[in-house]
Ligand binder design. Structure first.
Ligand SMILES: NC(=O)c1ccc[n+]([C@@H]2O[C@H](COP(=O)([O-])OP(=O)(O)OC[C@H]3O[C@@H](n4cnc5c(N)ncnc54)[C@H](OP(=O)(O)O)[C@@H]3O)[C@@H](O)[C@H]2O)c1
Length: 254
């Protein structure tokens, strides 16, 4: 265990599985006290928290499909841990809705559901966290976006739009909050080996997906986690406002 994040209190949304669980593990390995948030899988979140280095980690549930309830999550962290140094907005959903395959009602339903979890709840969490961090004299917000914001998501346009919105929000907040010492970043992964991607990776398309990267593979959740922890550390101050691609050169934007 190294102590780069010793004494820091970090909230990771969607930490019951996948990338969020890996981020929680790496933050704790670097000395942080972690609030492990879950949506439906309390048992998995308890297991993640129990597996972390260090102690006094928290397990907190909140359904981020209801953005009105999201702000309460920040208050719970502050009440139980006394402060909040790092917010990682990681929870997200990918619900396919190919434009010509769904009717108008389903199209609207998928857009509203996707934007609620992937963009509006993170916005509510950023706002509540910024108030706390401003009073503390600083903090870090790291939003998990996606390569899809740049490359397009033909099966899931609301997902691509939600992540583009998350990237843009991160940049705006970096400008708005920098004077208060609050640094804001986005991380844009390509394909990562998690539940969200498993069905695609195990399908006939799997080999083609891996071949998108010259490395011939997709990312491991730990690779995203290490990037997030670097951004959470004191070494990344001047990267505020950046959108960091972690996609194995599978998509190079200009
Ligand atoms: N995997 C990829 O290829 C990939 C690529 C680019 C970007 N990303 C982004 O990376 C992030 C993590 O993805 P992942 O692959 O780790 O996803 P995942 O394995 O599907 O896990 C999703 C996490 O989000 C939580 N969540 C989902 N809906 C929620 C809701 N309504 N309320 C509260 N929590 C909710 C889940 O909590 P419960 O299980 O407790 O409900 C779970 O912890 C997402 O933002 C995703 O868009 C993933």
């Amino acid at each position: 265990m190294n102590s780069r994040l010793s004494g820091k209190v970090c909230l990771v949304t969607g930490a019951s599985r996948g990338i969020g669980a890996a981020i929680a593990a790496e933050l704790a390995r670097q000395g942080a006290r972690v609030a492990v948030h879950y949506g439906r899988n309390r048992d998995l979140a308890e297991q993640v928290a129990a597996s972390l280095d260090g102690d006094k980690h928290l397990v907190l549930g909140a359904d981020l499909a209801d953005p009105a309830g999201a702000a309460g999550l920040i208050q719970q962290v502050v009440t139980q841990a006394g402060r909040l140094d790092v917010l990682v907005n990681n929870a997200g959903i990918y619900v396919p809705h190919p434009p010509l395959a769904v009717d108008a009602a389903e199209w609207l339903d998928k857009w509203q559901a996707t934007l609620a979890v992937n963009l509006v709840s993170p916005a509510v969490l950023c706002h509540a966290a910024a108030k706390v961090m401003a009073e503390q004299g600083g903090g870090r917000i790291i939003n998990i976006g996606s390569r899809g914001a740049f490359r397009g998501e033909p099966e899931c346009p609301a997902y691509g739009a939600s992540k583009a919105g998350l990237h843009a929000m991160s940049q705006s907040l970096a400008l708005a909050l920098g004077p208060q010492g609050i640094l804001v970043y986005a991380v844009a992964p390509g394909w990562v080996e998690t539940d969200m991607a498993r069905e695609f990776l195990n399908s006939e398309a799997g080999a083609g997906i891996k071949a998108q990267s010259p490395l011939g593979r997709v990312a491991r959740p730990e690779e995203i986690a290490e990037t997030v922890c670097f951004l959470a550390s004191s070494q990344a101050e001047y990267l505020t406002g950046s959108i960091i691609d972690v996609n194995g050169a599978s998509y190079l934007r200009h």
